[in-house]
Design a protein around this ligand. Structure first.
Ligand code: KG4
Ligand code: ZN
Length: 344
């Protein structure tokens, strides 16, 4: 069962082919970074046009690499939202056109579900499991009960974690996207140099907040020399990253307690971390330790499957196709699409 996956919801144009035995036959990502970097963030109009320009060639190349043709496909999956609507429309229309021309099932994949199911593409993993989804647009803790079945434990009340990384990078004069740049700078920095807040730490529930942390960094940077020295920059990056790590650990620990209480039969439950921010080695290490301490197996996809890609979309397509959860060609792309609204 081979499914073509298409991802166009942000600034990565991606096409992949995945089979029902977890085989990734092709997985191509074309980043638009160089086009957005001068603007310090993703420009939706530029993104949509770039997806339109490159998607068909990318699909052709993916099929070529996998030595497959449209006739070998069992279905076509595209991210149907949430995301920048211009880009989502490009991906969805392309998938629908292929599905219509080849009389194939069409699958509109929720981008968050694609991240949430990625760990099942990389290996055996039973439902239910606890998921921390940390990306540029989202920061959520969820109980994953099945395909299309999610219960949200907590979410951010303001910025997403990746967004905070990107904004702090900008304040520190680092390149977009901020996550990898902040992580690199933090490696040679002193995490104890700046005292930054740990928003929500110790609070009941599993919600997050990052805007206060970003503001604290802005004030601290304003008090330094302009332009800031390399040492100041590295120390600030390290201090910020440590604060994020501590908050993610605190919130995840609460979620583990709740999950364990709700699933008393789960002997060695899994704690899965997914999304672009999960590519951060220092955050991963910290969360892995916290999970181990509470009897959870820590799982995290490899970095290239954490950041946006189409293999995860194709895999979500495989999972949904198996359950007969196909979509009609009248599916309307969705800029907002909370996981709780999914069909399972
Ligand atoms: O999942 P993703 O590729 O796109 C969204 O769906 O948002 O996540 C992108 C986000 C960006 O905010 C980026 O700065 C962040 O993930 N990110 C990182 C790292 N690599 C990417 N954040 C922290 N450390 C990293 N190494
Ligand atoms: Zn994503």
């Amino acid at each position: 069962m081979i499914v073509l996956g298409i991802e166009t919801s942000c600034d990565e144009t991606a096409a992949a082919l995945v089979d029902g035995e977890r085989g990734i036959r092709a997985n191509l990502v074309r980043s638009q970074l160089d086009q957005h970097a001068p603007h310090g963030g993703v420009v939706p109009e530029i993104a949509a046009r770039a997806h339109l320009e490159h998607l068909d060639h990318l699909i052709e190349r993916a099929l070529g690499e996998a030595r497959l043709g449209f006739g070998d496909l069992a279905g076509v999956a595209a991210t149907g939202g949430p995301g920048l609507i211009g880009g989502v429309i490009v991906g969805v229309m392309t998938a629908k056109a292929i599905a219509a021309a080849r009389r194939l099932p069409f699958l509109a994949v929720n981008h968050l579900e694609a991240h949430a199911l990625t760990q099942r593409l990389t290996g055996e993993l039973e439902f239910p499991y606890l998921l921390l989804l940390v990306s540029g647009g989202h920061c959520q803790l969820l109980s994953v009960e099945g395909v299309g079945k999610y219960r949200r434990y907590g979410t951010t009340v303001d910025d997403a974690a990746g967004e905070a990384f990107d904004k702090v990078a900008k304040l520190l004069g680092l390149d977009y996207p901020g996550g990898p740049a902040v992580e690199r700078a933090a490696k040679s920095g002193d995490a104890r140099r700046f005292e930054l807040p740990r928003p929500m730490k110790g609070r009941a529930g599993c919600d997050f907040s990052f805007s206060g942390l970003k503001t604290a960094v802005r004030h601290a940077v304003a008090a330094l020399s302009d332009p800031i020295s390399a040492k100041d920059r590295d120390d600030m990056a390290a201090s910020f990253q440590a604060a994020v790590a501590e908050v993610l650990e605190d919130r995840s620990t609460r979620a583990m307690e709740r999950f364990a209480g709700e699933h008393p039969d789960a002997k060695s439950p899994a704690f899965v971390v997914a999304g672009g921010v999960a590519a951060n080695q220092s955050l991963r290490a910290r969360l892995a330790k916290a999970a181990e301490k509470r009897g959870f197996r820590f799982l995290c996809p490899p970095p290239d499957l954490c950041t946006d890609n189409a293999a995860m979309v194709a895999w979500a397509g495989v999972e949904r196709l198996r359950l007969g959860l196909t979509d009609g060609l009248d599916f309307a792309p969705r800029p907002r699409w909370p996981l709780e609204e999914l069909r399972g």
